[in-house]
Ligand binder design. Structure first.
Ligand code: UDP
Ligand code: MG
Length: 329
């Protein structure tokens, strides 16, 4: 298997067949062996049945059905875990990305890049609620992380298998794929891709989701620098707090014995106490962080999604052996 196309589907009933046809004709034209991995992320609009029909009639279609809506990141992660291709293509299931861009992107991988990232220069979404906030977010993320990417939100991407396996998508981390990959040393190139307005179904995201991206950005920045050294982050804050405590305690003493300022009425005494306690808290967080990162680096058992066994697996009496996803985190 050379190429796996991973498509998350959440209530995209009217888009699936059209997308399937477009994908098949484009992928056939590349001449590479491929599979289409559809991940049904808890659809309730009949998408699952349509996908089951496709999977039943075309052996290149593989279907993963999540037991409920786990979100786009978890759906992509499930796709990554089960994809068999050496190269992975991600694209949305709503026909907004154009499969015709895929062959050119695959060709760029052959030039030595690890991740080819789409850039929807002519994006067909609302300006106020989607394009403007995402422009701001892209600038801010570029500035904070040092990895400047024009359109992090573009779902259409092509990458090598190892890149996908390093991503660890959960929460809404799929928005940071380009950043996470570069943090792992992937060579990235951006290409302009064709973007179309949504014809069928509704967008699953609005302005409120964008606000969450800001908080996630803090997580991404922290994890990049301190995942392996949490004490170096919290420890410095602890030392800073204790320094403040020491200085202000000395000031209290000097004021008491030098100019007879009453100690109990001196707010600096309160500051000293507060700073000592803060320091203890920061230090403890650092220790807990060290313990957490040890656990993290040792175990990779729990997945962030749950798969519904397919019919065949149910008959065989259990989940397939190639399925690591059994529990929700
Ligand atoms: N999606 C998903 N799970 C979710 C939300 C979205 O699998 O919880 C899928 C959705 O079906 C689509 C893709 O992720 O294929 C992108 O979603 P959408 O088009 O709503 O996002 P937008 O293009 O508006 O940013
Ligand atoms: Mg869309």
């Amino acid at each position: 298997m050379e190429v796996s196309v991973v498509i998350p589907i959440y209530n995209e009933r009217d888009n699936i067949r059209l997308l399937y046809q477009e994908l098949v004709s484009v992928m056939d034209s590349t001449g590479k062996p491929y599979e289409l991995v559809f991940v049904d992320d808890g659809s309730t609009d009949g998408s699952t049945e349509i996908l089951e029909q496709l999977a039943g009639s075309d052996h290149r279609v593989r279907l993963l059905v999540l037991t409920r809506n786990f979100g786009q990141s978890a759906a992509l992660q499930a796709g990554i875990d089960h994809a068999r291709g050496e190269l992975l293509v991600f694209l949305d299931g709503d026909l907004q990305n154009d499969p015709a861009d895929i062959p050119g992107m695959l060709a760029l991988l052959e030039e030595g890049y690890d991740l080819v990232h789409g850039w929807r220069r002519q994006r067909h979404d609302r300006w106020l609620t989607r394009r403007m906030p995402s422009w701001l977010a892209n600038r801010l993320i570029g500035w904070m992380t040092g990895h400047v990417v024009h359109d992090l939100g573009c779902a259409l991407k092509v990458m090598r298998r190892w890149v996908a396996q390093q991503l660890e998508l959960y929460g809404d981390m799929h928005r940071f794929i380009a950043i996470l990959a570069q943090q792992r040393g992937a060579r990235l190139v951006e290409v302009e891709t064709h973007h179309r307005a949504r014809q069928f179904g509704r967008s699953k995201y609005g302005l409120s989701r964008t606000a969450g991206v800001l908080l996630d950005l803090g997580t991404v920045c922290f994890l990049r620098r301190y995942m392996a050294y949490p004490m170096r982050f919290f420890g410095w804050w602890a030392l800073a707090s204790w320094t403040v405590a020491a200085v202000s305690l000395v000031a209290v003493m000097v004021m008491k014995w030098g100019s007879s300022v009453d100690m109990t009425g001196n707010p600096l005494l309160l500051l000293s106490v507060l700073a000592v306690l803060l320091g203890v808290q920061f230090f403890s967080l650092g220790l807990l962080g060290e313990v957490a990162s040890r656990i993290y680096y040792r175990s990779h058992v729990v997945r962030n999604y749950t798969l519904r066994p397919t019919r065949g697996e149910e008959r065989a009496g259990g989940q397939g052996e190639d399925q690591p996803g059994r529990q929700a985190a």
